[in-house]
Design a protein around this ligand. Structure first.
Ligand SMILES: Cc1cc2nc3c(=O)[nH]c(=O)nc-3n(C[C@H](O)[C@H](O)[C@H](O)COP(=O)(O)OP(=O)(O)OC[C@H]3O[C@@H](n4cnc5c(N)ncnc54)[C@H](O)[C@@H]3O)c2cc1C
Length: 389
């Protein structure tokens, strides 16, 4: 039977970064198993914003470390992750000023390059924007977005160069468990004996959890993104925007196009990750067009040229489930990123490798992210709710 020191289930950004970090830390026999292709889950559909604006310190630290890696990707990992430092702004409506100010102050204390800017200052950066319904604006000059496929690809290639094994197009079909400890995984290409399994299966992670007899509270939601051709309206927005006032987000998508998606709050559509409608709904497209043109009136003539549907793996508090699982030796969770887990991937890879090799994640404490927080009722609280986290 094939053996492994560690089996990582799922080659999205998180599984890929974990596998790479384990190999980099010296584990010789790590196997990354992916049921389809690299980044074929949430990662491949990600808008891939890299903001650091969170309301809990652990996530700020994770996002900050990840941004450092994305910005220096070629030196720190190797290859081009498609990082674009266009700057990120957060537009908030009236009613959340206290949470907003508290978050910005906490992030500054943790060393994040972030500050509040005035409407006039934003107009200097992007004159075409109508800010009538905006109360406060936060600006992170050194963030932007990356390419989720390229980032995942680089992690997996570097992992393989370090001696790791990728088994793609290979579904994991079950777990081998004895006396409260992981003994291996069953795949479509045979069993792999191992004492350590990482569940990085994204929108399928609750199914992997069921094989281990665990109740992993992840629900799957359907999320649509739209691409506009904006060459004929003087180019895409000059920055990446998270627009809480209109509950949308948008950013440049290369030189002439714009990526547009729907943010919190919104009605959520829960789906089966293996059976869902992968085409955008007409009502949704109409609504998005209205919201976006209210913000950028000059974009009225811009055409939607593509749209696609991806999945969020959502937990009850919109925070991921990380780390070892009580009562099941060798089983580690890394899922439930609730629509904001791309930007965390580089740091998550380091943290899960620390937990496995050193026994504890030291660079950021992940103990509050355990699966057992749900049964203990110790859920995270976020300043704005939903995946604004
Ligand atoms: C539309 C959209 C927009 C988003 N925008 C942002 C954003 O702007 N910024 C941000 O930070 N995050 C964003 N996210 C969220 C982010 O993309 C995800 O949180 C992150 O990519 C999740 O990565 P992952 O590796 O944990 O899981 P995934 O990318 O879902 O990967 C899980 C992998 O596991 C594999 N798998 C599942 N079951 C098995 C099995 N049994 N055997 C083998 N393999 C298996 C799947 O095929 C998949 O490749 C967005 C997500 C979506 C859908």
């Amino acid at each position: 039977m094939q053996t492994a020191d560690v089996v990582v289930i799922g080659a999205g950004i998180n599984g890929a970064a974990i596998a790479y970090n384990l190999a980099k830390r010296g584990l010789k026999n790590v196997v990354l198993v992916e049921k389809h292709l690299l980044a074929s889950g949430g990662t491949g559909r990600s808008a891939a914003f890299l903001r650091q604006h969170y309301s809990n310190e652990e996530l700020v630290r994770m996002a900050k470390r990840s941004v450092e890696i994305f910005r220096n990707f070629d030196d720190m990992i190797g290859g081009d992750c498609g990082y674009v430092q266009c700057g990120w702004v957060f537009l908030v409506p009236e009613g959340v000023a206290e949470a907003f100010m508290g978050n910005v102050a906490m992030q500054q204390r943790l060393g994040v390059d972030t500050r509040e800017i005035s409407k006039e200052e934003l107009k200097e950066l992007e004159p075409r924007v109508n800010l009538a319904d905006v109360d406060r604006i936060c600006y992170e000059k050194t963030t932007g977005y990356a390419n989720p496929h390229d980032s995942t690809y680089c992690y997996v290639q570097r992992f393989r160069e370090l001696g790791g094994t990728l088994m793609h197009m290979t579904p994991v079909q079950g777990l081998m468990i004895e006396n409260g400890a992981v003994k291996g995984v069953r795949t479509s290409r045979g069993d792999i004996a191992t004492g350590v399994v990482i569940n990085a299966a994204g929108p399928w992670a609750h199914i992997v959890g069921q094989w281990a007899g665990l109740d992993v509270p992840i629900q799957v939601t359907r999320e649509t993104e739209i691409i506009l051709e904006t060459a004929d309206v003087d180019g895409p927005p000059r920055l990446a925007f998270s627009d809480m006032a209109k509950a949308i987000y948008y950013r440049p998508d290369g030189g002439t196009r714009t990526l547009l998606g729907r943010g919190f709050p919104k009605p959520y559509e829960f789906v089966d990750p293996d059976h869902f409608k992968d085409q955008a709904d007409i009502d949704f497209l109409d609504d998005m067009s209205r919201r976006f043109v209210e913000r950028f009136p000059g974009f009225e003539k811009a055409l939607f040229i593509n749209s696609y549907v991806g999945l969020y793996d959502v937990t009850p508090d919109w925070y991921p489930i990380l780390g070892k699982v009580e009562g099941l030796r060798g089983f580690h969770m890394c899922a439930g990123f609730s629509g904001h887990g791309f930007k965390l991937g580089p740091c998550i890879g380091e943290l899960i490798a620390e937990e496995i090799i050193d026994g504890k994640a030291e660079s950021v404490d992940i103990s509050r992210f355990s699966l057992s927080r749900f049964s203990r009722g110790e859920l995270f609280r976020a300043a704005y709710g939903g995946n604004r986290a």
